[in-house]
Design a protein around this ligand. Structure first.
Ligand SMILES: [Zn+2]
Length: 501
């Protein structure tokens, strides 16, 4: 075993060390802590984070804070230093939030040929999903189809032109008619593709309700208005609403996308939406931050950050989304590597920062807050590595921004020598003008070198923002290997005399 290991170390170090191999610990220690990373322990932590008491870890809620405290307590137990506010593990920020008390009501009036009206009741989560930042109340009104719900005078585009939505319910789609996110032209449309914008624009036009065609899954990433009832809907209510008009949502969108001419119209259908929510404007939430300080007097000012969001989408009136894959998986992968790195006592010249992010699901708030209040200066940050939904599959993938694509070599070498999973390495090149949809993109947009670690070849169904995303939605074996990959590559990156970006 030892001989094998030494051979591997030589291969590993010669692969990317231009100077002498950097090994402060004896190889047996490195190997012992490598093997101490266990899928069983990782699965146990994931089950803890998915448990009822954390109620889906919606940022702002006391249950999220309990999960944050639990995470910090593990860091403390392993001797990882606090790197948050005032010597604590927590980096606090304001975070108003909404609790959905029950699943509400969605029912449609369907007129019959004989003049009678049938009331069709829909059920959640099969047909609709209660708006997770909906106002509280009830509205019964006609549904107005408004395409993408966009008013962009400078682009000569207005979905609200020619329709009166005051006191009515607007029905709209995600995104914008312009689709090419790699084209600079998209930059002019990007502000109109945010969910927040869409509800704000609906309110500005006087709508009382909003039906959002967003795949009927939990979406807290939307603005709150006290007098605006919001519900996400799936295919069934959509079909029933459109049926009376003889029009089809997809066909209409196709026309709009081609011509950039809105096709909004009053559907003639009357719907009742009821939401039971409680707003908490006083909400606060936090990132959890811990670090292992570097041992080299000069290099310790340089930091490698690894992070993933700790929050999830919560519990909408009994629809608990525990956030197993999204993103307890990323959190516990990082925890396992952090534990092994810290308990091994192996010296690392550079500092390693562990960042468990709050408020990702409501609009990337925690990562944005970190970039505005960094613990280490951006210039001293080697890279930010993001993990989001990393625990389903049999393969691994590492992606890096062009500014640090060389760092993928450390992961590749570790995998080739010890882990032997299929590993896809890529550089995320080219420009992207769409709305950022991950914490990694927030760091990238702020000028950080960034990477992401993910799992590939999923073997379990993915229940994105749905109640099925619980502790059974992951494959612990791949998570063990993700943690091992982090552990080994971090030892190398933190100790390299010269890093090859
Ligand atoms: Zn996520």
């Amino acid at each position: 075993m030892r001989i094998l290991f030494l051979t591997a170390v030589i291969l590993l170090t010669s692969a990317y060390h231009h100077q002498e191999p950097v090994r402060h610990a004896d190889d047996q220690t490195i190997l012992r802590y490598f093997h101490s990373i266990s899928s069983e322990e990782i699965a146990g932590w994931l089950t803890e984070l998915c448990s009822q008491k954390y109620n889906g870890r919606l940022a702002g809620t006391p249950e999220y804070l309990a999960a944050a405290e639990w995470t910090a307590s593990k860091l403390k137990e392993w001797g990882i230093q606090p790197a948050g506010d005032n010597g604590s593990y927590f980096q606090w920020f304001n975070h108003p939030y909404t609790v959905v008390n029950d699943i509400g009501v969605l029912k449609l009036q369907i007129p019959q040929k004989d003049g009678s009206v049938i009331i069709k009741n829909y059920s959640a989560p099969d047909n609709y999903y209660p708006g997770m930042n909906s106002g509280n109340g009830e509205v019964t009104a006609e549904v107005i189809w408004v395409g993408y719900g966009v008013t962009a005078p400078e682009l000569n585009y207005d979905d609200y032109k020619g329709v009166d939505v005051r006191g009515k319910v607007v029905l709209m789609n995600r995104d914008v008619p312009y689709k090419d996110v790699r084209n600079p032209e998209y930059a002019r449309w990007v502000k109109y593709c945010y969910h927040q914008y869409k509800v704000e624009n609906a309110v500005a036009h006087g709508a009382a309700g909003m039906l959002y065609i967003d795949g009927n899954s939990a979406n807290p990433n939307i603005s709150y208005f006290r007098n605006m009832i919001v519900t996400g809907i799936g295919p069934d209510p959509l079909t029933d609403i459109m049926a009376g008009s003889g029009k089809d949502n997809k066909v209409l969108l196709g026309q709009v996308d081609k011509t950039f001419k809105p096709a909004s119209f009053a559907t003639g259908r009357v719907i009742t939406m009821k939401a039971n929510t409680t707003r908490h404007p006083e909400g606060k939430t936090c990132n959890v931050v811990g670090m292992i300080e570097g041992t080299d007097s000069l290099l310790k000012s340089e930091v490698i950050i690894i992070g993933g969001h700790l929050d999830a989408v919560g519990n909408a009136g009994g629809l608990l989304v525990a956030g197993g894959l999204d993103n307890a998986s990323g959190v516990v992968d990082i925890m396992a590597a952090a534990k092994a790195l810290s308990l091994s006592g192996i010296k690392m010249k550079r500092t390693v920062l562990f960042l468990f992010i709050g408020g990702e699901e409501v609009g990337l708030l925690g990562s944005t807050f970190y970039t505005q209040h960094p613990v280490f200066p951006k210039e001293k940050t080697i890279t930010y590595i993001n993990l989001d939904m990393v625990g389903n599959g049999t393969g691994l993938a590492v992606s890096a921004s062009a500014s640090c694509s060389g760092l993928t070599g450390y992961f590749k070498a570790a995998n080739d020598s010890y882990i032997h999973r299929p590993l896809r390495v890529s550089t995320s090149g080219g420009s992207f003008y769409g709305r950022p949809r991950s914490d990694g993109l927030v760091f990238l947009a702020d000028g950080y070198r960034t990477m992401s670690l993910s799992t590939t070849d999923g073997v379990k169904p993915v229940y994105y923002h749905l109640p099925g995303d619980d502790e059974t939605a992951v494959t612990p074996e791949i998570m063990e290997d993700v943690a091992k990959l982090i552990y080994l590559s971090f030892l190398e990156m933190a100790n390299a005399d010269t890093l090859s970006y």
